[in-house]
Ligand binder design. Sequence first.
Ligand code: ADP
Length: 484
Amino acid sequence: MNELKDTSLFREHGLINGEWRGAAAGRTIEVFNPATQEALGTVPDMDGNDTRTAIEAAENAFPSWRKKTHAERAALLEAWHDLMIDNLEDLALILTSEQGKPLAEARGEIRYGASFVKWFSEEARRIGGTTIPSPTADRRIVVLKEPVGVSAIITPWNFPNAMITRKVGPALAAGCTVVIKPSDLTPYSALALAVLAERAGIPKGVINIVTGMPAKIGDELLTNQTVRKISFTGSTRVGSLLMRGASDSIKRLSLELGGNAPFIVFDDADLDLAVEGAIASKFRNGGQTCVCANRILVQSGVYDAFAEKLSARVSTLKVGRGTDAGVDIGPMINRAAIEKINRHVEDALAKGARIISTPPALPDGDQYTAPIVLGDATTDMQLASEETFGPVAPLFRFGKEEEAIRIANATPFGLAAYFYTESLKRSWRVGEALEFGMIGLNTGAISTEVAPFGGVKQSGLGREGAQCGIEEYLEMKSFHIGGL
Ligand code: ADP
């Protein structure tokens, strides 16, 4: 990481109680650049004992952190936000080096990530309570909002920066202290954020980071009674495992899990707008986001025209290293991701789909895959029921509006859905019929700190961002005052 302007942002240690440390047992794991498969460095492979020490640090820091005024916490969060913006180029380079996405997207993620810290620094001042008219004259009832306590933050590799700030922003604003377990594939973005938090003056022990493989860290986070809250973004499989594990000590849970987003183009859609929306929603981060369009449903009247326009546009996408200029799609995160994409495409081709775009040239390397449009996709294909998490855009043809809604909802997931129509009546009808936590009408962009982000069904519990996002880290206390 010699290219960084400030090389001290690159840390190869975990952070516990303000100390940058290795694992007590001395073990490390390597972290690789997905563009080259070269090792970027190592991080400690921490275990249950290290995790317990981190939880104790968060517990010890909690009383004084929660006692700070909201304005004091807001000022510290604002300072942290400003340092993220000041160090945007370095944070983006660290992100691209460990995750692979094009630098322009990495810069976008740093801005997006920072926006949650800013937003919740503002919301910190507005944590109010309520007063409730008492049923008897000699009593008063008030409801106080209090921080939940030590919170475990478990985050994935696809947004190594923003998934952390989206949780830690509201947690700290509410007065909670945290133990973060970043993905073992992308720990350096998390560690760089912690360097900046230290510089911003956030006290030691408020933010702790344990690095390494998930099993032992996860077990301790789940079984330790001091941890009162788990906030997780990742797969439904692990989310369900965490929910089970958290049940023994009845921890609060926020879960942002998998999706299987439909993207519906109706006959009366603005096709150019729909193509741009499909590119944004399907190909951002190489298709590796939980809100990426997974199934593109196109009404028969515009199917051919849309297929042609989308294919022409996808054929121009450039694949390469995220640090190279003009690259649209970087490497996939690992070989397993490539294998899943290949499995989906082979299955679809065997069942009658066709590649209708011209796949671009690929650079040397094992982890690149071509963005493609698949025509004639059908609901019996694997890619209809599983998230592909790659740059494959399958087009499904449908006839009537009801058919599109039925297909769209025929999934256990309910995170994001998109649809394109110019009809006001259809907009409301379809928007209300889709069983998803987030809907994009005539837009492929739905992520912003000001709106609730989250899913229904097996896509999760709770919401991040927006005014409600801070409630995930607050408890209500009913305070009954009698004998007046
Ligand atoms: P993905 O790899 O698709 O992002 P995962 O659900 O596998 O999704 O991983 C998301 C995060 O959850 C990562 O930080 C991973 O290390 C962590 N994780 C995986 N298994 C466990 C577990 N048993 N306990 C705690 N965290 C886990």
